[in-house]
Structure formats: structure tokens, C-alpha cells
Design a protein around this ligand. Structure first.
Ligand code: RB5
Length: 153
């Protein structure tokens, strides 16, 4: 296995996609501001209101935007983060990590080279979600022993 150089998912000016269902829409709006503050362009794939929608549709669209090259990375939000992360991970090439704190947000990048961060709006304080987002995008993939494992996914 080759050692990958430490790499960040995205840098200033790169596009990051974000999507949520109705349960995650308020947190999605807050995180859009945080992504902009980090220098990213934001591709908002909805939903954009409180009307009930189905999280699989949004997880799929998000993962396809990332794996298809429309965005360098993705942010997925639903009530728990569970459903939308399951949906995103059905798309080949998507590595959506459902994380709950800054430790798991960092390890999702360092160990798993996650290209989508998933989180639950009903189980997180908004400031925790913001801190997780910052850590996720500030943490490079560790490469080394992790590279071969990620290649097997
Ligand atoms: C919607 O009520 C809720 O089921 C959804 O947001 C999510 O938590 C599913 O995993």
C-alpha cells in the first residue's frame, strides 16, 4: 500500500454540497453560513422548508453531487443523521460518516477519508455541529495504514 500525502477535502473557493430533510433544514441553514465563513462555495440541494420530505432523496442527491464532481465534499443533515447517511452510502464512492462530536468528526477524516459528514439536527446543539464541521474540514486523511482499508470499502 502506498502512503497518501495528508490532504484536506476542500480549500477556499471549492464547492461543498449540503442537503437535509425537513428535520435538518434549520441546522442546514446555519451550517451554510459556517461553510461560507470557511471560504467554501455552497451548493444547496434542499430541502428548503418545513414540509415533510423523504431523507433518501436528499442523501442520494448529495452523494451523487460529491461522487460526480459537482462538489468536493458534502454535508448531510436529518433528524438523527442516520437515515440520510445510510442513503448517501448507497452511492458508490460516497463515504458518509455519521458523527456526534469533534473527536469522531476528526477521525472520520483521519482514518476513513470520509467525503461526507452526516449529523443529526435533533441530537446536537448547533454550536457542537459547527465545531464538528470545522474539525472535519480542517483534518487531513492520515493515509498510511488507513489507505488500504479505505480502498477496501
Ligand atoms: C424524520 O422524521 C426523521 O425520521 C429523519 O429526519 C431522520 O431522523 C431519519 O433517520
Amino acid at each position: 500500500m502506498t502512503d497518501a500525502s495528508p490532504t484536506l477535502l476542500a480549500g477556499p473557493g471549492d464547492t461543498v454540497a449540503i442537503a437535509s430533510d425537513h428535520a435538518g433544514v434549520d441546522l442546514k441553514e446555519a451550517l451554510k453560513g459556517d461553510l461560507g465563513a470557511l471560504g467554501f462555495k455552497v451548493l444547496d440541494l434542499g430541502t428548503n422548508g418545513p414540509a415533510s420530505v423523504d431523507y433518501p432523496d436528499y442523501g442520494k442527491a448529495l452523494a451523487e453531487a460529491v461522487t460526480g464532481g459537482k462538489a468536493k465534499a458534502g454535508v448531510a443533515v436529518c433528524g438523527t443523521g442516520i437515515g440520510i447517511s445510510i442513503a448517501a452510502n448507497r452511492v458508490p464512492g460516497a463515504r458518509a460518516a455519521l458523527v456526534h462530536d469533534v473527536t469522531t468528526a476528526g477521525l472520520a477524516r483521519e482514518h476513513n477519508d470520509a467525503n461526507i459528514i452526516a449529523m443529526g439536527a435533533r441530537v446536537l446543539a448547533p454550536e457542537t455541529a459547527c465545531a464538528m464541521l470545522k474539525t472535519f474540514f480542517a483534518t487531513p486523511f492520515g493515509g498510511g495504514r488507513h489507505a488500504g482499508r479505505v480502498a477496501k470499502l
